[in-house]
Design a protein around this ligand. Structure first.
Ligand code: GDP
Length: 259
């Protein structure tokens, strides 16, 4: 289901669940629950298709791993609009980036998980349109190199358009996620939360985590987009919508008409 054309062949309710997984949860909420935050970004098919074209490589449109860096002076020049992905180790970050790039199978999403190895920022270039950065994951005790590297990146990267903070859909927001939230809030960086591995969470657990995070975002954050993005890198749910949001925030979808 990596491509929309495959999703469109599914029957209607399954298709809606793959493209708009958050909205699928709406009907299990108590009547009267405010669901405005469930549909702030709800593009139509044309916008989803235009976004998908950006994530599909072809002869005139290369999608490539560019380089890795441990320090900002090793980062590629900030020439294109950029988005970055951060989250706890094991949150599903490399799987999600692989799913986003699954229509460009030549892209190698490297993972350096060897304990003790320095974690790096990995830069990917999507044609002449934008760059995507895979940031090092943080752990129970955020290692100092993570904090220093990510802090410098967030503070200095002028072309950064949006940060995607990944949260595990099975366990929800954890104390360690506060490291990232506090950093983003302190620097006034616009970000959005992405709930991963939703295929693994029961509907009850997922709803609980979604509502808890929405409440947290409402009460405690300034810079976080109020709509959560739900994804499964295994089933591709939410992946098409996320591609569209990335295309939108990097200025590559001049108009996004609603569905
Ligand atoms: P990272 O450390 O954040 O890069 O995490 P990985 O992408 O390596 O994922 C950690 C583990 O979760 C791996 O065993 C993945 O197979 C699994 N995983 C990641 N995404 C999903 C998902 O969407 N669904 C399911 N069921 N498992 C996932």
């Amino acid at each position: 289901l990596a491509a929309l054309s495959q999703v469109l062949r599914l029957e209607r309710s399954r298709r809606a669940g793959i493209v708009f997984p958050l909205q699928k949860l709406e009907r299990y909420l108590a009547p009267g629950t405010d669901t405005a935050r469930f549909r702030l970004f709800q593009p139509g098919l044309a916008a989803l298709q235009r976004a998908e074209a950006l994530f599909r490589s072809d002869r005139g449109h290369a999608i490539d791993y560019v380089s890795s860096a441990v320090r900002m002076d090793h980062a590629p020049p900030p020439a294109l609009p950029e988005v970055c992905f951060i989250g706890r180790s094991n949150v599903g970050k490399s799987s999600l980036i692989r799913a986003l790039f699954s229509l460009a199978p030549e892209v190698e999403v490297r993972v350096s998980k060897t304990p003790g190895h320095t974690k790096k920022m990995n830069f990917f270039k999507v044609g002449k349109y934008f760059t995507l950065v895979d940031m090092p994951g943080y752990g129970y005790r955020a290692p100092q190199d993570f904090v220093e590297m990510v802090e410098a990146y967030l503070q200095e990267r002028r072309n950064l358009k949006r940060t995607f903070l990944l949260v595990d859909g099975v366990v929800g927001l954890q104390k360690t996620d506060n490291i990232a939230v506090e950093m983003l809030e302190e620097f006034g960086i616009p970000y959005v939360m992405v709930l991963t591995k939703i295929d693994r969470a029961s509907r009850g657990v997922l709803l609980k985590n979604v509502l808890e995070i929405q409440e947290f975002v409402k009460e405690n954050t300034q810079g976080c987009f109020p709509q959560l993005f739900l994804v499964s890198s295994v089933e591709f749910s939410g992946v098409h919508l996320l591609r569209c949001f990335v295309a939108h925030v990097t200025g590559n979808l001049p108009t996004v008409e609603a569905s």
